[in-house]
Design a protein around this ligand. Structure first.
Ligand code: ADP
Ligand code: MG
Length: 728
């Protein structure tokens, strides 16, 4: 094994960066492989084009004859670009993307063949796909699921395949994927937000949620990864002593991008351009070999698709560059992990960002309405937000003394805090003309100026307002954004619906003017949402205590965090909005618990193997060398040998102690797994894995890492942290 380690290092040292040609401007190749509006216009009859744009913008049905036309035009466009296959591209509950390719090729009579793609193939497919997790939905209802075209996310060419974004649902209608509930949540927030916008502007007909994600990742040489079974099988290091130099010097953050990583990024960005993923920003992150990539924000459904596609593309392109890209939230102990900030806002079809202060008092009141309602939604559903980002891998990052904590809070900055404080003192009921003028001019009217110099950005907040958007920072780097986006848009939709009911009631019953009613309700919301607002250091221990006093949840583990997903409140939130019915929510809960259990189980098995079959034999080998040495010393020094072999004897003993601990702990962990596996209730089983099995991982690691410090470097089989992080 140690030979593999040294071979891998040698391979890595000999790597050259791959040459990348960028012959055309990015704006020229952007979306070249996407069947977007421009291509639709070029290739469709005006009837078909109109029907498709109506489906995209208004969700109207496309009839079969038109679907045939669209399919045929898509096929011709794809064939002209060398495409041979098509696939319905979807996102099952594994969180990854799924595709099953079919050739356009068909045989006809007389042993001849043609390329064919009809409307029915475009609109609906039946991939068997029965092996994807479904939380029992398909067992209890109907064995088959089908995929159905989502025209709001344009088809694209990836390699030689035409990919058609689709939803994946059971024949009984239950969602088996991430996209279906997301689309429903986006519809819900659209309806609810449009109704509120009507208070301010009657022309608003549609509100889109926007998402701009920031993807963090590590790049590790593929040979080095091959020498580490833990990274290969679990995406993270299960052992390894810290490198003497890690990220203490902050010399990687925003530093010059290393050559090989740079050519990887250029290659990746090139592919992203062709696929219409508008990537814009790249830089080194805090940890060695850690990087970040961010696009220009887009409509949320498209942005979610693009992020899912991006992760797949990143993985593929990494191979060309002899890299493995790690999306795990905590690949290395003791240095920063990776997240995926989800920047979120709402904007109207009239071009207004509802989370951006405007130019007039009225548009600022609209801003405050959406701003305060979002805060209220987070306040009332903080535990659900935490649940939406829970996963076995994100648990190693959240609340692990490194950003962000498992407590959800909202940061809004000093200036907006003072605006809210002033609004809190608004008179109850009717406002005097003087108060109205004062509010409009001095409180609401001042917002844009204030925000301009609101540069205060709290990096420790899991949910921060950053000028014209909220940034949900606790999302895991590996996560599919659909999950947090479905939740966030749902809770905001629900909140806006409640707000409208309350405002309308004040107008009808108390005879208040519209703006008076809005001020009144907002005032109450500010009072009720105080607990969630926090401007201090989110990583500090003091905050944990304070948050507890405030009654905020602090669910550090996934099984604990997930529970609220099936609470009465959550079930009715989703069913009231038509986002998910009880069966769908419960199925997801089950799938997530199962995944949690399996992740910990795999980690346990891999670490057991590494500890027992790699580390212990190596330690024994080195111990034998020491024993031989002591025997030799005894031969020479006879009775006095103890004096000269003191250090060796100590080492021999210390090694024995650690070997014993490793052995016992591995045995105990295996027993704990066996016992946990017998538990049939899923919730309990997950809890057992969390409370009983998982702690062994840290304990076993402790002894292995101690052995790493004792054993001869030449013999050590596993590539060390310093080599993983600093060999380039
Ligand atoms: P950082 O958090 O690192 O300071 P930036 O401020 O550069 O990052 O923005 C990060 C992301 O926010 C980008 O993906 C960008 O597209 C997105 N973003 C900017 N404005 C909006 C908006 N109105 N709605 C949603 N996302 C946005
Ligand atoms: Mg950010």
């Amino acid at each position: 094994m140690s030979t593999l380690r040294f071979f891998a290092i040698k391979e890595t040292l000999n790597r050259k960066s791959v040459k990348i040609k960028e012959e055309k401007r990015r704006s020229e190749i952007f979306a070249e492989n996407v069947y977007n509006t421009k291509k639709m216009r070029q290739t469709l009859t005006s009837d078909a084009f109109l029907s498709l744009t109506n489906a995209i913008e208004k969700g109207s049905q496309i009839d079969r004859a038109i679907a045939d036309q669209i399919a045929s035009a898509m096929k011709d466009w794809a064939l002209s670009k060398g495409v041979t296959h098509y696939t319905h591209w979807f996102q099952p509950l594994t969180g990854a993307t799924a595709e099953k390719h079919d050739a356009f090729f068909e045989t006809i009579e007389n042993n001849e063949a043609i390329e064919k793609f009809g409307g029915s193939q475009l609109v609906q497919q039946e991939p068997d796909a029965s092996s994807f997790p479904n939380g029992g939905i398909r067992n209890t209802f109907e064995a088959r699921g089908y995929t159905a075209w989502d025209p709001t996310s344009p088809a694209f060419i990836y390699g030689t395949t035409l990919c058609i974004p689709t939803v994946f649902v059971a024949y009984t209608g239950e969602a088996l994927d991430y996209k279906t509930p997301l689309l429903r949540a986006l519809q819900a927030v659209d309806n609810a937000a449009v109704a509120i916008c009507k208070y301010f502007d009657k022309n608003v007909k549609k509100v889109n949620a926007s998402l701009g994600w920031e993807q963090e990742y590590f790049l590790i040489d593929s040979a080095l990864v091959s020498s580490r079974p833990d990274i290969q099988l679990t995406g993270r290091t299960l052992l390894g002593h810290a490198s003497a130099k890690g990220q203490q010097l902050d010399d990687h953050y925003f530093g010059t991008i290393p050559n090989r990583a740079m050519s990887y990024m250029r290659d990746l960005e090139n592919e992203c351009m062709l696929l219409g993923i508008p990537v814009k920003t790249r830089h080194n992150e805090v940890a060695p070999n850690q990087f970040e990539l961010a696009p220009i924000y887009e409509e949320a459904n498209l942005a979610v698709d693009h992020n899912a596609l991006l992760m797949d593309v990143m993985d593929k392109i990494a191979r060309r560059h002899n890299f493995k890209v790690l999306f795990h939230e905590k690949p290395f102990k003791g240095i920063n992990g990776s997240g995926k900030h989800n920047n979120w806002s709402l904007s109207t079809d009239t071009g207004v960002n509802l989370l951006s202060p405007g130019k007039t008092p009225m548009s600022n009141l609209q801003f405050l309405t959406f701003f305060i309602n979002t805060i209220k939604a987070v306040n009332d559903n903080e535990e659900l937000l935490r649940a939406a980002i829970a996963s076995a891998s994100n648990d190693y990052r959240l609340g692990a003394n490194e950003a962000p904590p498992a407590i959800i809070s909202v940061f809004i900055g000093e200036q907006l805090t003072s605006v809210l404080n002033e609004l809190e003192n608004v008179t109850s009921g009717k406002l005097s003309p003087q108060e109205k003028t004062d509010l409009k001019l001095n409180v609401v009217g001042k917002i844009p100026e204030i925000l301009l110099d609101n540069t205060d950005r709290n990096r420790t907040s899991p949910f921060a307002f950053t000028g014209n958007k909220f940034e949900f920072r606790a999302v895991g780097s590996k996560a599919n954004c659909a999950n947090p986006m479905t939740l966030l848009n749902s809770i905001v939709a629900k909140q806006l619906i409640d707000f409208k009911i309350e405002v309308d009631e004040l107008i009808a019953k108390k005879d208040l003017k519209k703006d008076e009613a809005i001020f009144n309700i907002l005032r109450e919301y500010i009072k009720k949402s105080k607990n969630i607002l926090f401007e201090g250091n989110g990583y500090g221990e003091a905050w944990e205590k304070e948050a507890k006093k405030r009654g905020l949840s602090n669910n550090k583990s996934t099984p604990e965090a997930l529970k609220v997903k099936v609470s009465k409140k959550a079930l009715s939130l989703y069913s009231d909005l038509g986002v998910m019915n009880t069966a769908e929510v419960e199925a997801r809960y089950e799938v997530e618990l199962e995944e949690y259990i399996m992740r910990i189980q795999i980690e346990g098995r891999v670490l057991g193997d590494l500890a027992r079959n790699h580390i212990v034999p190596t330690a024994v080998k080195y111990q034998n060398i020491l024993i031989e040495n002591v025997k030799g010393l005894k031969e020479i020094y006879e009775k006095d040998f103890k004096k000269v072999s003191k250090a060796q004897l100590n080492l021999i003993e210390e090694i024995s102690k650690h070997i014993e601990s490793v052995n016992n702990l591995v045995n105990d962990m295996t027993e704990a797994r066996k016992k946990s596996n017998q538990i049939t209730a899923l919730e309990e089983k997950a809890k057992a894995y969390c409370d009983v099995v998982k702690p062994f991982l840290e304990n076993i690691r402790y002894h292995c890492d101690k052995l790493e410090l004792l054993v001869d470097d030449e013999l050590w089989p596993l590539t060390k942290y310093r080599e993983l992080l600093f060999t380039t």
